[in-house]
Structure formats: structure tokens, C-alpha cells
Write a protein that binds this ligand. Sequence first.
Ligand SMILES: Cc1ncc(COP(=O)(O)O)c(C=O)c1O
Length: 448
Amino acid sequence: MHTTRSSHTRSRTRSQQWFERAQQSLVEGVNSPSRGATVYTAGPIVLERGQGSHVWDADGNEYVDFMMSFGALIQGHAHPTLVKTVSEAIAEGSHFAAATSAEVEAAERFRRMVPSAEVVRFTNTGSEATMLVLRLARAHTRRRKFLKFEGHYHGWYDPYLLNAHCHTPDQLGPVENPARIPDSDGIPPSTFDDVVLAPWNDVAALERVMRQHGHELAAVITEPIMANMGCILPRAGYFERLRELTRDSGCLLIFDEVVTGFRYAPGGCQQYYGVQPDLSTFGKALGAGFPVGAVAGPRSILERMRWSENMVLHYGTFNGHRLTMKVVAANLDLLSAENVYGKLHAVGNAAIAGLREVFRRRQVKAIVQGFGPMFQIYFTERDAIRDYRDYCQYVDTKLYSGFVHRLLDRGIYMTPSNGLHWIISTAHSDADVQALVEAADQACAGLS
Ligand SMILES: Cc1ncc(COP(=O)(O)O)c(C=O)c1O
């Protein structure tokens, strides 16, 4: 089936009917703009079912899924172990908002896999984790300000929503003093008074900003691999210098591993790159499709949430949701099996190599950036995209969208948004890679 997927997708009549209906009740017919007609220009493809690495839409069209729920589905769709886990657990009740053995089992496995996690606190989403981590950092350091990098996305909490979207180069201001562009209406400008903004992946800029602001920062928060402008890797030595500078300034280093956690290595990118952050946040792959986030770090910091008059408040009816905790524990067991990460990297690297070969042979000016389980295609004349400014200036995101729409017509499911990234799950096979490479080859013909 994989190798014969050369014909165009059959009709999308049912998707279109659902989308029309959806717009009566839902803003833009969806629950997040990244799923709607701004991104999927012909209207969203309504998905009905998933199994392994494949999904089926409302019209019965089949696709190999490389979006994988924005990276949440590290085990693919409907993994039999997780289906069994959920079926059994829900028969005993979904959630008690009480102490459970399930949350203990999830936390123990988490700690075994993530070396910096002396203790962990579960939230319901990545955004909640990044909200909490900032509150903890501020309480711990008794400082208000924090540093975020241009182009990094840390969820939709007010203070993070500065320069997380792409803009035209003339809007960005000088590197030494970046223009501060809010990503959302409805945020009081004073919210950003405590935000220091800096370019990423630039040691000189980092040293400059830390000299000026280091002493007043509660934390520096960074994505270990920039995953919301595609897939941008840190330069060699960048994190080592960041670690030194944060330590010297008495501010905390936060790794936002919501995308990278449990994806590159059992202990996330901090383990892969050998950098020990003070605090980290997780989400997505942790829950294998169930909504969950986590803040992890030393007891000395997380204990500030312990009940007292001066505690850092973190409540939540659904924290440590029992069903989700069961899934987390089962998922982490699956990820702890032998050579899981070796296979994720090998399948991803094969996809990257295959795509590069297609672009070379078809003489399409495109690069594939990233490695192993996560990567992105950039249509660009450059040989690398190193930061937010490169992305805003040199990447042809319209061409990418056109390319992905052609892939969608050829049985490959992916978001046409260039800011996201291709995801390899444990369910992906060599045959899926071959299907991708063949579809990409066809999609390149006549691309302009
Ligand atoms: C790096 C990063 N942090 C935090 C978040 C927020 O996670 P969630 O969408 O689960 O709220 C995201 C979401 O894409 C993310 O990419």
C-alpha cells in the first residue's frame, strides 16, 4: 500500500461539509487557528481515525501522518498497550482529584528517565507547565524579570507572547535591541516590562544582554532545539556558555522541553547535549496523545509549592489526571525498552536523507534541517537557518505551504505551516519513509 500511493487523494467532500458546519459553532471552525483554513488553504482535512503511523479522513482517504498531533503521539495512533491501559483504567473511574498510585508510578518513571528531575509536578498542558515554572523561578530568586529569546514559543501565557511569530525583516529592529512585537491582543503592555528579549544562538549577543540584565533576571528560558520556527539547532558551545552565564548571574536556566522531551533521548535534549538546566518543562510526547505537562527540577525549588503562607500556588482539578498518569507510566515503559531511541533516530535520519536526495535530484533549492526524530524542510537559498531572523528573512514559507498541500494530495499528512516540524514516532517504518520520499519526489515536479 505504501509504495503505490501515487494517485491523488479522492474527494474531500465530507471534510468540506464538516468544515462548513463547524463554522456555525466554532471560531474558524476549529479550536486553534493552526488547524484552520489559514494554514490548510482549501479548508482543514477532518480526521476521523488513526492507527499506527496512519490516519484516515472523513472521506476515507488514508495518509501517513508525520505531524503526529504536533509531536504528542510519540507511539503513533492507538498503540495497543496504551489502548489496553486506558480501557482498563477508565473502567475503574477516570479521575479522583485525590492521591493515586497512578501518579506515583508515573513520577517514578519520569525521574528514572530525566536526570535533572529530583522531583516532578504534573500539569495538564505544556502551557501550564511554562506558567508554573516562571512563577517558581521568580519566587525562588526573588527577581521579577526573565529572558526569552526571539522566535521561541513557550505556550500561550501572556508574558511569553513576544516575538514568537514570524515578521518581515524590516519589522525586527537591530539585533542589539530587537523590536518587541506582541503575538496577541488583550495583553497589557506592562506585562512585558519584566521581559528581556534577546536573539538566540548568538554568544556575543548573549554575553551583552547578560552583562546588562543578568543580575535582575529570575530565569532564562530556552527551547533546546528551536521547534517553533521549524527546527533550528543550537550552535556548538552555545548552551555551555549559557549555562555559565546564568550560573554566574544567579539566575535559573530553564529548558523548555515540551517539544524535545522524551523525543531525542530518554532524558530529553538536556541529556542529549549534556547540559543540566535548573528547571525544565515537558509535555507533548510525555502523554503519548493525552493532555499533560510537567515541571521538573530540584526539590529545593519545587518544594516551594508545598503548602505554606508563602507557597507558590499551583492548583488544578485535573492535575495528575488518573487516566493520563496511567498512560504516562505505560508510555515511559515503552520508551524505556531497548533501542527505542536508536530506531527513532534511524528512521528520522533515513527520511531526512531521502528528502535531501529528492531535492538534490530535482534541483529544488531546499534544505532539510534537524536530525533523527524531528526535522523541517526550508525552501531557501541558504545552506542553514540559524535563528529567528534567518527564518523571517530567508525562508519561503509560501512555497513550503504549496509543497505540503501537494503532499496532502498524495497521502502524506503534515501541517502546511513551516513553523512546525516533521515528527517520527515509534510507529513509523521504512515503508512510511519510502512513501514520503516518493510523494515528495512527485510534489517537486513543477513546483514553483
Ligand atoms: C516549546 C513549547 N513550549 C510550550 C508549548 C505549549 O504546550 P501546550 O500546547 O501543550 O500548551 C509548546 C506548544 O507547542 C511548545 O512548542
